[in-house]
Design a protein. Structure first.
Length: 300
């Protein structure tokens, strides 16, 4: 009787070794503990999972740590996501979001104004300041073709985008920089009176004159300004209290200068206006650079 029982026990042991690889509940048949390993699924079994490994049968219905499944990252050659991007955000979109958060676009959108300050200082371009309240009423741009004409904006955008591409080797980012610089002309076309030239040397000027109406300017430009602030606050967070002060103090200062530009008097010294504008524009870019370094990006 005992011999038949021993033979039956030995038979079942042999079956468990065949079925379970010699292990049962984390221990061998000799009761020695063995480490639990997780088998990495074959890459051929990923067709129905859109490139991701199938969930292990041992892990179904329960969580291990903070994940449900084991991802076979050893056999994956997909590019790594930036630290701030959502998990399923494509890499190119993440790079564009990162580009939008850099001060290079602040400089790009203001490039025509920087050129205007330089050409005004050296005497290539001229503007006149009349009596009135608001830039739409007192500013008379008699000659701004080198900095603000559509043709020259295309040339400046091409040169700046080419320099960015040679520096970063990122073609889509260079395209965004090109469009940001080129956007200055249609935005000024909406804001200015008919004083926006198409090409240097021509006498065809265009403009819708948004700045001549303060309520309309507050609604249109003010609305875009508020949306830009909300978007930036949602996708970034301050590192410390000082970064919050730097950000909101700059926002308040820029808002006050904008209100003075659309509803305030002309500058008291017209000859110093381009120099003062150059200093203000440069400080704006420095502020944008400082804010970008003092705030961390986060998923929207």
């Amino acid at each position: 009787m005992s011999s038949s029982f021993l033979s039956l026990t030995h038979c079942w042991k042999r079956r468990w070794q065949v079925w379970d690889g010699g292990y049962f509940l984390g221990s061998s048949r000799h009761c020695a503990p063995v480490p639990k390993t997780h088998k990495i699924p074959l890459s051929t079994a990923r067709v129905s999972c859109q490139g991701r490994p199938r969930p292990s049968a041992r892990c179904r219905g329960r969580r291990i740590g903070s994940i449900n499944f084991h991802w076979a990252s050893l056999s994956s050659h997909r590019p790594r996501m930036p630290s701030f991007s959502p998990v399923f955000l494509p890499v190119e979109i993440a790079n564009l979001v990162q580009l939008f958060m850099r001060p290079v676009l602040v400089l790009a959108t203001m490039l025509a104004d920087f050129a205007w300050c330089f050409f005004m200082i050296v005497g290539i371009e001229q503007v006149q300041f009349k009596h009135g309240m608001g830039a739409g009423n007192y500013l008379n741009a008699t000659n701004i073709a080198m900095s603000h004409s559509l043709l020259m904006d295309v040339i400046w955008a091409t040169l700046f985008a080419a320099a960015y591409f040679l520096r970063r080797h990122y073609p889509r980012g260079a395209l965004v920089v090109f469009l940001a610089i080129l956007s200055h002309w249609p935005l000024d076309f909406v804001s200015h009176r008919p004083d926006m030239p198409v090409t240097p040397g021509t006498h065809a000027y265009f403009g819708l004159g948004l700045w001549t109406s303060i309520p309309a300017t507050l609604i249109v430009e003010g609305g875009f300004w508020v949306l830009a602030i909300i978007f930036y606050v949602r996708i970034t967070r301050p590192r410390n209290r000082a970064s919050t002060y730097v950000f909101w103090s700059g926002i308040v200062l820029l808002t006050l200068v904008w209100c003075s530009n659309i509803a305030g008097p002309p500058p008291p010294n017209p000859t110093m206006a381009p120099i003062a504008s150059l200093v203000f524009f440069s400080l704006s870019v420095v502020w944008a650079y400082s804010v970008n370094r003092l705030r961390n990006a986060q998923p929207a």
